[in-house]
Design a protein around this ligand. Sequence first.
Ligand SMILES: [Zn+2]
Length: 382
Amino acid sequence: MAAQSLYRKWRSQTFDELVGQEHVIQTLRNAVVEDRIGHAYLFTGPRGVGKTSMARLLAKAVNCEAEPAHRPCGVCPMCIAVSEGRAVDVIEMDAASHTSVDDARDLIDRVQFRPAQGRYKVYVIDEVHMLSTAAFNALLKTLEEPPAHAIFILATTELHKVPATIVSRCQRFVFARHTIADIARHLLRVAEVEQIQLEVAAAHAIARSATGSMRDALGVLEQLASFTSGVVKLEHVTSLLGMTSAGEVDALIAALLAADVAGALRAVNSVADQGADIRQFTRDLVERLRLLLLRVATGAGALDDVHPDDREVLEGWATQAQAGALVHWIKLLSNLDFQLRTSPYGNLPLELAVVEALVAPPPAATPCRTPPAPARAPNPTS
Ligand SMILES: [Zn+2]
């Protein structure tokens, strides 16, 4: 639970505080200001990107006592009650733990009653795809004729499991993963206020490992802060997450780019000798090659999100790398995860992939062989 508390504490209290998801904020803010609140919203996107935070903000905004342009104000009694989870008109349900039809019937029974304190009764149903079929049917009936005072905010990580009949009755918002730069910036800000000394490189490493989830990133920061006295450094992050240091990843990529098979195998063995997690190493490797491919394929703007030190290294490689070879390597290496987990031969799958990467030429770099001339009928004139 400790890992979540920093995330809870830093949950945004107003639209301005929310990190990322600008398109969603803009649309919802306008709806609040212009009093065009819908009856059903569906927030979709990966975990930890702010769906539930946004649902709470909207629940506050529709009941906030401030001027419309300043809703949610975060300080009026209604806003505070929602923040503290004691607003009687805001009902939060986690469908992952309430899948029975009885719960949904309870919900429907209660929706007919007018709100006790606010203007709207707001139902926030998290992981809505987990509802049973019967519960979905009950929800659907309510969405077909929602009482004027009811607002449903449904959130899901798995849109394809939500029945189309429900989806079609909701205003849908797609939440994007947070960028590495957004997460790193937020971590540094949280660290400053919480008086955690956090190295910039460490913030970027946490951000990279969080794969777009602010919740995961703050969880890692909290863990690090609890066992590190003094400054949280890059090596603390790498040892906690079993990440290999960027040095070994870079050594292997440099060897690949130089077509240096011996150097590449040395890099693999050096990682294995240190007892580092070879799967994590391979994932880090794939992630770095992916960035390099983006840079090569789409230009310098692709690296805006990257730490300046890393950017410099990637820019250097970009001059010698070819997209075709990178695609070939990424395909080879990204297929290794399962093999590395199940293989009884340790790092052998990675060694083979590295040799294959350099020995077998990438398909794009191989000129197409001229197709054999079609068999021709003997020339009747000769
Ligand atoms: Zn308020």
